[in-house]
Write a protein that binds this ligand. Structure first.
Ligand SMILES: [Zn+2]
Ligand SMILES: [Zn+2]
Length: 248
């Protein structure tokens, strides 16, 4: 069971510490063939990618590819910014990237005042954040984002907001979006994971490294796969390179 690629790594273009080259060098050392550089989307307060840096990132990627022989995708970890499923990328900006990840981060700027209340406050206010209504609203917001945008990978589902994991995973499966098994945080239970696998949901194992040393570090996810005897065909980047399924 070999990890071929790590499709979620950060650099100083958001708030990672390893540069693009350092992440690629670490990937090579660990025997990976491919990585994606996926810094936070434009709406992430303080540490989102700056629009003007995208070209520079491309140039750095070219240099790092030449030096390491590792294939490097330029990606982004976009933010969910509204209850109607908007993310912080326009259709034009999506074209700048090779791979689109999307997750919820409470540090992203909501789209409207209403979203500030329902998306941000609703998910930190005691009682409300655990209410059925809030969970359903969150679930629908993510499913709408999957419908509206060509999201390749849904990152750390359930982090920062409660959701109906199975409902989202089924929706992601239909759309061709991978569900991430994040190296740092997996918020769903083992039972839910096994159920998703039974239903044929496709997964990707990613480190979400914010330091170069952590590129390719996904032990918890790998152990979970082994322990539960999950069909390797469902894991997009184990024993194979990830094939993106969403149409642009
Ligand atoms: Zn994230
Ligand atoms: Zn991340």
């Amino acid at each position: 069971m070999i990890l071929y690629g790590d499709y979620h790594t950060h650099t100083p273009y958001s708030h990672g510490t390893g540069t693009i080259l350092e992440n690629a060098m670490m990937a090579k050392q660990k025997g990976l063939k491919e990585i994606a550089i996926t810094d936070h989307g434009f709406a992430h307060l303080a540490c989102g990618i700056k629009y003007k840096d995208v070209e520079k990132m491309r140039e750095e990627i070219e240099v790092a590819k030449q030096k390491t022989g590792i294939n490097i995708l330029l990606g982004v970890e976009a933010n969910l910014i509204s209850m109607d499923g908007s993310i912080d990328l326009t259709k034009e900006q999506i074209k700048l990237f090779d791979i689109i990840l999307m997750g919820y981060h409470y540090s992203a700027k909501p789209k409207t005042m209403g979203d500030f209340f329902s998306l941000m406050l609703g998910n930190i206010t005691p009682i409300i954040k655990d209410s059925k209504a809030q969970i359903q609203k969150n679930t629908e917001a993510i499913m709408r984002a999957i419908d509206k945008y060509p999201i390749d990978i849904l990152t750390h589902m359930g982090y920062g907001m409660r959701v109906d994991f199975l409902q989202i995973a089924r929706h992601a499966k239909m759309a061709g979006t991978y569900v991430e098994l994040n190296g740092k945080r997996i918020n769903f239970s083992e039972d839910v994971f096994v159920q998703m696998a039974k239903e044929g949901v496709a997964f990707v194992v990613n480190s979400d490294a914010h330091r170069s040393e952590n590129v390719g570090e996904c032990n918890r996810a790998m152990n979970l796969i082994l322990k539960n005897n999950i069909d390797i065909n469902l894991i997009g980047n184990v024993d194979k390179l990830l094939m993106l399924k969403r149409k642009r």
